[in-house]
Design a protein around this ligand. Structure first.
Ligand code: ADP
Ligand code: SF4
Length: 685
């Protein structure tokens, strides 16, 4: 299909200093959990983005010296020529697809606790490391340290140029070292690098000049700047020092990549807390103050919003990390008039959790993300069916939908039976919670494509039993029948059923999605720790209920620290009047009173309630499986309850591996280069 001419502007080339981006789609640097430990995986991931039409594809953070080490998190490094070879692989892979390659040179300063290299962490002013541990402090940099730092940046920039990169970053965002010099909150120096803004910005200016000198006019120099650290007037703010930095240095680099500071959660804000285009006000400020191209992110998935940003002069590029993870072929689809096929990011930040857990990147919407090299998965291509076969999929939640779509794409004949009136499974409930409306995109993307495929028949309001399945006579049966919340109190901390009086008004999340909420106030007991208890608390508070939140954990929705949301969630709920009781483990429940004990001391705390909501563990809906006399495969929550991302992944993997030889399905691993140990290295003289 031809491209909608409205979108032509997105495909205009843009000059960045000495290089030219082929279009305005700019994959900004983002972590992959791969780093220098998984160079082949990194190269394949970035190559897919370039093949998908991103005109600029950047690496993740790349350490310029061993004093910037975030072990066990995966970062790149350019410390020596061996690193150079690794990165040249990624750079070449990006170039082969016609995109520009950018590299984000990085020094973490007090962010890096150097557990791997065991070097003393550095900062403009002595302090504790961000990752406090064993009393470790950060050493204040003296003049010679600053000279050394500049040399490290120059050397790394030179290697980046030799590796073939087109855009080399000076990274003054996200609380890293050059930003620590900029912010009066972290820079209390009294020498030429502290005090006035000009002094605090001196290091950044020098690093830009040093980088330029190193790369000559072969590469563009980009600056990633946190324009606002969201700490008000006392820190860097867009209408204060942030603006003045651009006034001072605006014409020095070839491109400004504008981000937010404070924490990574501010910059990659989840859809629960920020809408598409949420950084517009910040990028817009910079665009007014410099003639250099500006890029910024904003979870852009709508081409109309993208065009609007460019036309209104907010920025020159469409910066994207998450939308390019959810759909590496987003530009390619727009260019072919297939924007309705874009796999839109839902803003769940599961991708952030991968990095925060030091694991390879994964995505709720895109099950192939992170699997490009390891399993050879391509987001838009899939091997054809090995034979003509019909497959019955029972359950139209994330797992069943993805299995059906991917099997249909392979060419299998698929029948998808769903008991409910609509496809979507758990998404139908989860997406009604405050701020989670975007999550329904997981269903919408798949149901839209399935509706266009003749080979997939969908039957709604079709609850199938064991006899139906036997009669259906499919070549294979897949059960994706989901899960339900436990009613017995067993969860992450509580491993034994909790005694509960039958007259008590006890609910699970499954009960709270009806039109009518139960009357009265609530005690929520969260032993699940992900989004559900916090989101239901918000729903109840917004409905005017008093809510007391008890958990054996030490914060609300504690696992959401991995999705960079925990601060936001707790702050919002406290503002809405949530009463909290942390380190409380549920012991027993009477008709209107519950007994909990402190997880440390065992002291008993009693709470009265009208309604008790248990958000604990989940059980698979696998009764049908156990009734079957025929073979069937369980997928997603019905096999083991987990995240939506895991359900989608399970459905996809089943479809990829169906009928394939198991011996060919072992994922590749990145292995260390083996070196023979010399005997005298281990024996005594
Ligand atoms: P998952 O996350 O693993 O995809 P969900 O709970 O989201 O699981 O979806 C499971 C879906 O399966 C629900 O929409 C539910 O209505 C449907 N389902 C469960 N049992 C049956 C059945 N026996 N026949 C048809 N559909 C079923
Ligand atoms: Fe978007 Fe969620 Fe995928 Fe991240 S994991 S790219 S937020 S859909």
């Amino acid at each position: 299909m031809p491209m909608n001419p409205t979108y032509d502007i997105l495909f205009e080339p843009v000059q960045i200093g000495p290089v030219t981006a082929p279009n305005r789609f700019y994959q900004t640097p983002h972590a992959t959990g791969m780093g220098n430990m998984r160079p082949n995986s990194s190269a394949a991931l970035r190559a897919i983005k370039a093949a998908g039409g991103w005109g600029v594809v950047c690496t993740e953070y790349c350490s310029i010296h061993p004093s910037a080490d975030e072990t066990p998190y995966a970062y790149l490094s350019l410390w020596d020529d061996e690193d150079l070879q690794q990165l040249a692989l990624t750079c070449d892979a990006i170039h082969q697809q016609g995109a520009l390659a950018g590299i984000e040179l990085w020094h973490g300063g007090s962010h890096s606790n150097n557990r791997g290299t065991r070097l003393a962490p550095l900062a403009p002013t002595g302090c504790s490391t961000i990752f406090t541990g064993a009393g470790q402090q950060v050493r204040e940099m003296d003049a010679s340290d600053i000279t050394e730092l500049r040399r490290w940046q120059r050397d790394a920039a030179l290697r980046a140029q030799q590796a073939g990169f087109d855009i080399v970053y000076v990274y003054a965002g996200h609380d890293y070292l050059p930003f620590q010099f900029l912010s009066p909150l972290t820079n209390r120096r009294e020498d030429a690098y502290g005090g006035s803004l000009e002094n605090r910005a001196r290091l950044l200016r020098e690093m830009i000049e040093d980088t330029r000198e190193a790369v000559g006019d072969r590469c563009a120099v980009a600056v990633r700047l946190a324009i606002d650290e969201l700490h008000g007037e006392s820190g860097i703010s867009a209408d204060g020092d942030g603006q003045r930095i651009i006034e001072y240095l605006g014409e020095l680099p070839d491109l400004w990549d504008i981000a937010l500071g404070g924490s990574l959660g501010n910059d990659s804000c989840s859809s629960r807390f920020a809408a598409e285009g949420y950084q517009e006000q910040y990028a817009g400020v910079v665009k007014q103050l410099t003639s250099k191209p500006v890029v910024s992110v904003g979870r852009f998935t709508s081409p109309d919003t993208m065009v609007s940003q460019i036309r209104r002069g907010v920025q020159d590029f469409i910066g994207a990390a998450r939308p390019s993870i959810a759909d590496p072929f987003l530009p390619w689809k727009i260019a072919r008039g297939r924007e309705d096929e874009i796999r839109e990011c839902i803003g769940c930040n599961i991708c952030r959790s991968a990095n925060n857990e030091a694991a390879p990147l994964r995505c709720t919407q895109n099950p192939t993300m992170g699997e490009e090299w390891r399993r050879g998965w391509h987001p838009e291509k899939i091997a054809p069916a090995r034979r003509a076969a019909s497959i019955l999929v029972v359950g139209g939640g994330p797992a069943g939908l993805e299995a059906s779509l991917a099997l249909g794409r392979r060419g299998y004949r698929v029948t998808l039976a769903e008991a409910g009136r609509e496809l979507g499974g758990r998404l139908l409930q989860d997406s009604t919670l405050p701020g989670l409306a975007n999550w329904i995109r997981v269903r919408d993307h798949r149901s839209h494509l399935i509706a266009q495929m003749d080979r997939i028949d969908v039957y709604l309001q079709s609850p199938l039993g064991a006899d139906d399945l036997a009669e259906f006579d499919a070549d294979a049966v897949v059960l994706a029948t989901g899960s339900r919340w436990r009613q017995d109190g067993i969860g992450t901390h509580g491993r034994q059923p909790v005694p509960i009086e039958s007259s008590a008004r006890v609910f699970t999340p499954d009960d709270l999605f009806d039109d009518e909420l139960p009357t009265g106030d609530f005690v929520i007991y969260d032993d699940d720790h992900y989004f559900m208890a916090g989101a239901l608390a918000e729903k109840l508070l917004l409905a005017g209920r008093r809510v007391t939140y008890l958990t054996p954990g030490t914060s609300v929705s504690s696992w959401t620290v991995m999705t960079d949301e925990q601060d936001f969630i707790q702050q919002r709920l406290l503002q809405l009047g949530l009463v909290t009781g942390f380190t409380r483990r549920l012991q027993r429940v009477e008709r209107k009173r519950l007994f909990s004990c402190c997880t440390y001391g065992g002291e008993v705390f009693e709470y009265d309630f009208d309604n008790l909501l248990l958000v604990t563990g989940r059980l698979p809906n696998d009764e049908l499986f156990h009734q079957l006399s025929i073979d069937a495969t369980r997928l997603g929550d019905c096999f083991v309850p987990s995240s939506i991302a895991d359900a989608v992944y399970a459905g996809h993997r089943f479809a990829r591996e169906f009928d394939e030889d198991p011996a060919t399905l072992v994922p590749k691993r990145e292995r260390a280069r083996l070196q023979q140990l010399a005997l005298d290295e281990v024996t005594m003289p």
